[in-house]
Write a protein that binds this ligand. Structure first.
Ligand code: ADQ
Length: 458
């Protein structure tokens, strides 16, 4: 029997009800608990540079064995905070203006990938199938191959794959892409991401691509294909119903008498379009004064990567925008924007989605965006809410029942919010049913099975 080995930068801390915030952790955990296997990666611990080197912890939890290891301070700074989050993340999200590049950090990124591969080696069996996740691990397969590993190794990119000219702004882009092509299978979220990948291969790397997904580049052959990540929609629906019977939700409902709720949930990240979204809510209140005091916007945004400057800047910008809007329109009994930094348990979050008349998901760029899918799955079929969705989220490729917006068009977003708040029941139901059928078909198990089938055909 082949065993599945998942490798990701961070192995999610497992609490009851699944891992904490973060789309990769949620998706991967849902995929792995059904097949069983091993999940290998960083524990989240940072070890002092002068302390003895970190050692691995291997712990079974039901069907999943967690193999985790700490990082030294220098490795964390160069590989994680530096090249992964200050170079790759902004570039992959088309934010070359925020991209920093430091050659030593890139060397550290490659060094840590090599070191992680070395740590995994003694745990590997010859027929294991290895599935690495996300941009932190682009050189991981090349490092395993250099150590003589012959197993099938696949890679899934959770973020967008940018246009070739954008990727080329990273000085070592060719080195990175050569390393990426050491994988046997490269999975991307959507057809536009796949097109961008193929365009790079053909026009920057001098490689070739066939219609069936086979790629020849850098002296190797591999496959590339789009696999849109999904969720377990019926489980989210059950969580939403269960969570609705909680004190948090009862209290929330008490604050919403005669008020309709618009909800947004994101990691606090500049790719998520929060400032533009706040501005569009301002335009809604300015242009449709009859909505004042009848609508409340709840933004839940747990901070991440606080040690990267761009994240502190977005946090400051949002605090001032929320304060400005609340100061301008608020009344003693009504706060237009409720802006919260907390993490919530999955049932609470799902029941908040269910309580909301509008799911407001407007990233400037997003690989997929699971919140859009969770929002729809959590709705009450008898009285579903409406999803307002950015065309630049991967989810927009699949979710035809959403009101699709351009997140830079604040007037257009305000109009979509007004339309969503007043949409008749029959139209809401038709849109909901259309999206639920897709969510059930293209669920997270289908995503995993399609990827593994392409990586290791039976
Ligand atoms: P993320 O950028 O983290 O994921 P997303 O797909 O929306 O974005 O996933 C966030 C997940 O964290 C959701 O499951 C959500 O419910 C949860 N979450 C968010 N805020 C929370 C809070 N306050 N409390 C508890 N849970 C919270 C990356 C890519 C995405 C891609 C996913 C999966 O950036 O584009 O969809 O991986 O591939």
């Amino acid at each position: 029997m082949t065993r599945l080995i998942i490798v990701s930068n961070r192995v999610a801390p497992i609490s009851e009800g699944g891992p904490a915030a973060g789309g990769l952790a949620v998706g991967v955990y849902d995929a792995l608990r059904e097949t069983g296997g091993m999940w290998f990666g960083w524990s989240g611990d940072i070890v002092d540079d002068h302390a003895p080197p970190p050692t691995m912890t291997v712990e079974p939890h039901g069907p999943v064995t967690f193999a985790t290891i700490g990082l030294s301070r220098r490795d964390y700074e160069q590989y994680y905070r530096g090249f992964s989050n200050a170079t790759l993340w902004p570039t992959l999200h088309y934010r070359s203006d925020l991209t920093e590049f430091d050659r030593e950090e890139y060397e550290g990124y490659k060094r840590v990938n090599g070191w992680l591969a070395e740590q995994l080696l003694p745990l590997l069996r010859p027929d294991d199938v290895i599935w690495a996740h996300d941009y932190h691990l682009i050189p991981f397969a090349a490092a395993l191959r250099a150590a003589g590993v012959r197993n099938r190794i696949g890679f899934f990119l959770h973020t967008p794959f940018p246009a070739a000219q954008v990727l080329a702004t990273i000085p070592p882009h060719a080195d990175l892409m050569r390393a990426l092509c050491s994988y046997d299978l490269v999975g991307l979220q959507t057809a536009p991401d796949l097109r961008a990948f193929v365009d790079y291969i053909q026009h920057e790397a001098g490689g070739t691509a066939q219609a069936d997904g086979s790629i020849a580049a850098y002296g190797r052959t591999l496959r590339a294909q789009a696999f849109p990540i999904g969720i377990h929609p019926d489980e989210v629906a059950a969580l939403a119903e269960y969570g609705s019977d909680s004190d948090v939700l009862r209290t929330l409902h008490r604050t919403l008498v005669d008020t309709r709720l618009i909800v947004s949930v994101d990691r606090l990240d500049y790719s998520k379009g929060l400032v533009e979204r706040f501005k569009a809510f301002d335009v809604l209140l300015a242009r449709f004064p009859e909505e004042r005091q009848r609508v409340s916007f709840l933004q839940i945004a747990p901070p991440t990567r606080a040690d990267v400057d761009a994240y502190q800047n977005i946090r400051d910008a949002l605090e001032s925008e929320a304060g400005r809007i609340n100061g301008r329109y608020g009344e003693m009994h009504w706060t237009p924007i409720r802006y919260i930094h907390r993490q919530y348990e999955r049932p609470v979050l799902a029941s908040v989605f269910r309580a909301a008349h509008v799911g407001y998901v407007t990233p400037l760029r997003d690989g997929m965006n699971l919140v859009a899918k969770e929002y729809v799955a959590a709705q009450d079929p008898a009285d579903p809410g409406v999803l307002v969705l950015s065309r630049f989220a991967g989810a927009a490729q699949q979710m035809n029942g959403a009101l699709i917006v351009n997140p830079l068009d604040v007037e257009g977003m305000a109009e979509a919010l007004a339309q969503a708040l007043h949409m008749p029941l029959a139209e809401r139901q038709a849109r909901y049913e259309d999206m639920m059928a897709m969510l059930r078909r293209d669920n997270v198990s289908a995503w995993r099975d399609a990827f593994l089938q392409a990586l290791n055909p039976a």
